[in-house]
Design a protein around this ligand. Structure first.
Ligand SMILES: *[C@@H]1O[C@H](CO)[C@@H](O)[C@H](O)[C@H]1NC(C)=O
Ligand SMILES: *[C@@H]1O[C@H](CO)[C@@H](O)[C@H](O)[C@H]1NC(C)=O
Ligand SMILES: *[C@@H]1O[C@H](CO)[C@@H](O)[C@H](O)[C@H]1NC(C)=O
Length: 376
């Protein structure tokens, strides 16, 4: 009874399906041209819109340094004049003995007076032996306002990065769509530095530099990065240490150019993920092993962050204000760390420590735990 009922249904379904298909075929013949015209219109619209968004909309007195399109693949696509400007900036900024620059990224919110940019620069002035690193800083600016503030503060060290159709000017929260695009734009630009033969230390701007980190970095390693949350004690263990994309030192060579190319391409395999996650997915896969990339992690004692429970003020080189939500929380707590450093450094008070970043800890509703041992 039940079996014959379902057979009937199946037969019915087959017949209906054939009818529908025949109808669709007829309709398709009629609609083919309409569909073709629609596709053509969308294509033409995309072309026109894309070109329009490349027309610069800033004052003629401000020369854009780099205005690359989102999908352009390499430095060859940078306009000749822009490329000349870029190369001049890099040449002036790089350290004399090696072609090394310090690169950071800024948007409008970070560029405002008394915000992230100012705290960042102030740390170089009051850190121990960091003042001499200031001339080597190059700032990638994501919008016209941050570019113009950058030119006021560090003339000849500013690069305007533009991405068609994206507004990078506001404060960006973790994982918001545009933030992700901005992070990928940065990876593409850094790849072009490697192609030009420049080693770079990329640092997020929400960091304070208290001691020269270069002495803590290994020479002749392709890729070195700070640890995301914890350092497991083994510099070369890429299984258990996670990359923190906010502090990376890269040597320019064919392996690192390949890494950046592969990394940038891999974003298509992990849609919506930002660069740091994607690098952590691919960091020990077959292709990376094949290119023989040498990767090393930096001890959290040297490059620490608000994600860790405490930092040794007598040792720390760079302190990263991550694990923090909200621009003002971050700036307040970084400033507090700078004050603690100033007091420590001025009178060599050994007992002086960093206070906890309370605003940041409240903002993420989380306080790093020291060690499970201590509680047991
Ligand atoms: C900058 O910020 C600090 C701390 O938030 C504040 O004390 C100071 O007055 C500000 N300075 C200016 C010029 O706004
Ligand atoms: C500052 O740097 C000098 C020279 O490297 C060093 O002798 C001194 O101990 C450093 N001071 C601190 C507080 O790190
Ligand atoms: C460190 O990690 C590397 C790579 O995983 C491994 O080959 C090496 O044996 C580790 N060293 C120690 C001392 O555990």
């Amino acid at each position: 009874m039940a079996a014959s009922f379902s057979t009937t249904i199946n037969t019915l379904n087959t017949q209906t399906l054939e009818q529908v298909l025949r109808q669709l075929q007829t309709k398709w013949r009629e609609l083919k041209w309409a569909v073709f015209l629609l596709v053509l219109t969308v294509f033409l619209y995309a072309v026109v819109y894309h070109s329009a968004s490349l027309v610069p909309n800033f004052p003629a007195s401000v020369v854009p340094v780099v205005a690359a399109k989102q999908e352009n693949n390499n430095i060859d696509s940078i306009e000749a004049e822009d490329r000349k400007n870029l190369e001049e900036i890099l040449k002036e900024a790089s350290m004399k003995d090696k072609k090394t620059v310090i690169v950071t990224l800024m948007n409008q919110a970070w560029a405002e007076p008394n915000s992230t940019f100012d705290v960042f620069l102030e740390s170089f002035r009051i850190g121990n032996g960091t003042n001499r690193l200031l001339p080597h800083i190059v700032v990638m600016c994501l919008d016209d306002k941050s570019y113009s503030r950058c030119l006021d503060v560090l003339p000849r060290r500013c690069i305007l990065l533009r991405t068609a159709g994206v507004d990078f000017s506001g404060e960006k929260r973790y994982m918001v769509g545009e933030y992700v695009k901005m992070m990928w734009r940065r990876i593409k630009f850094l790849r072009s530095l490697l192609k030009l033969g420049y080693n770079f230390l990329f640092t997020d701007m929400d960091t304070i530099w208290l001691r020269d980190p270069f002495s803590r970095l290994a020479a002749d390693v392709d890729f070195q990065s700070a640890c995301n949350l914890f350092f497991n004690g083994n510099f070369s263990d890429r299984q258990h240490n996670e990359v923190n994309g906010g502090f990376i030192f890269v040597t320019a060579n064919h392996r690192t150019v390949k890494l950046y190319k592969y990394w940038y391409k891999s974003r298509l395999r992990f849609p919506g993920k930002h660069d740091q996650d994607v690098l952590n997915y691919i960091r020990s896969d077959k292709y990376i092993k094949k290119i023989g990339l040498d990767m090393r992690f930096i001890d959290t004692v040297d490059v620490g962050s608000f994600c860790q429970p405490n930092w040794d003020i007598t040792k720390v080189s760079v302190l990263h204000g991550n694990c923090c939500i909200g621009q003002s929380n971050k700036v307040k707590d970084l400033r507090q760390s700078l004050e603690d450093w100033t007091i420590f450094f001025a009178n060599g008070k050994r007992e002086r420590k960093f206070r906890q970043p309370m605003n940041c800890q409240r903002s993420v509703g989380w306080k790093p735990q020291r060690n499970h041992k201590r509680r047991g």
